[in-house]
Design a protein around this ligand. Structure first.
Ligand code: PHE
Length: 340
């Protein structure tokens, strides 16, 4: 019996040593130590031994079992280690390579321009005001001197939730909201940047776009103040040589009203493709706040006066950056956006 055990020992140990993979090792464990394994079978046959022989043989069986168990374990560890070092050799990791850089985001061109406009006007003492994008007819039109049925409503056809609730078609309602909040304090000196909506959609119009509104109400505000303010803005935004001109226009909430042009920054006023040969480029609408508008929001038009203006952020961005299609600003194509 001891001979059998010795033979089994050398068979088992050399079989284990010759194995190259984990699966085969598991099979060997079953073959020697499993329920019907070779060592198990030998130990079962111990019943046939005489009582004197039994303890010695029993001990030898246990020893061999431990020995095989240990050999299996050690060989398993060796295989795992050599597999790891093989992989490391093959993969050749270069730990001195520089790390992968994360792409840094940037501000959208519309945010850049809005920020510039805000800087210019806050530098002149204006505060920033905001209002809701879902707005009442009352603020969008009524308080701006555009009663129901007024033909000027067509200039700003928007999206309606109900008869009296709509997406604001301009930032002008913030004029009325701010005056109502502040009256009778002076001065009211605000700009309001914000998103606005109109039923328009082509290369130069988007149903969703952005405006910056300006409003100054104080004692003795004159048209000359409006002109001086807009000239300062035009020069900061488009270059120190810019001139501006005011052309008569019409808005129900200002009187007189004007379209404001800047001298063309591409040709200096000679006439080119950008300014369509005229030497001038339209950039915003403006005017002196209509007396009824002041009155409706709590200011006495006999004692105070004011000016207001409104500009399209997309238009300023397109002019300043030379963008020829407004839709580029809303497509979120990073090849376009990363240029700013
Ligand atoms: N709200 C006008 C528009 O959207 C612009 C404007 C604002 C004109 C303030 C005059 C004064 O067209």
């Amino acid at each position: 019996m001891l001979d059998m055990l010795a033979k089994l020992k050398s068979t088992a140990l050399s079989a284990i040593a010759a194995t190259r993979d984990m699966e085969a090792l598991k099979e060997l464990r079953v073959r020697f130590l499993g329920k019907k394994g070779e060592l198990t079978v030998i130990s079962r046959s111990m019943g046939n031994l005489s009582p004197e022989e039994r303890p010695g043989i029993g001990q030898a069986v246990n020893l061999l079992k431990e020995k095989i168990e240990q050999a299996l374990q050690e060989h398993m560890e060796r295989l795992a280690a050599s597999r790891l070092s093989e992989r490391l050799l093959k993969e050749k990791v270069d730990v001195t390579l520089p790390g992968r850089a994360f792409a840094a985001g940037g501000l959208h061109p519309l945010s850049l321009i809005t920020g510039e406009i805000e800087d210019i006007f806050t530098g002149m003492g204006y505060q920033i005001a905001e209002g809701p994008q879902v707005e009442l007819d009352h603020y969008s039109f009524e308080l701006l001197n555009i009663p129901k049925g007024h033909p000027a409503r067509e200039m700003q056809d928007s999206f309606y939730f109900s008869e009296n609730v709509l997406l604001r078609p301009h930032t002008s309602p913030v004029q009325a909201r701010t005056m109502q909040k502040m009256a009778p304090q002076l001065p009211v000196k605000i700009i309001c940047p914000g998103t606005v909506y109109r039923r328009d959609d082509d290369a130069t119009h988007s149903p969703m776009f952005h405006q910056v509104e300006g409003l100054l109400v104080d004692k003795r505000v004159a048209l000359a103040d409006l002109k001086g303010t807009l000239l300062a803005f035009a020069r900061r935004m488009f270059g120190a040589e810019r001139e501006i001109r005011l052309r008569p226009s019409y808005f129900p909430f200002t009187e007189p009203s004007a379209e404001v042009d800047i001298s063309c920054f591409a040709c200096g006023g000679e006439g080119c493709r950008l300014c369509k040969g005229s030497g001038w480029i339209e950039i915003l609408g403006a005017g002196m706040v209509h007396p009824s508008v002041l009155q409706m929001s709590g200011y006495d038009p006999d004692k105070v006066s004011g000016f207001a203006f409104g500009m399209g952020v997309e238009r300023i961005a397109m002019l300043k950056y030379g963008i020829n299609d407004m839709r580029l600003l809303f497509e979120n194509d990073t090849r376009f956006l990363s240029q700013f």
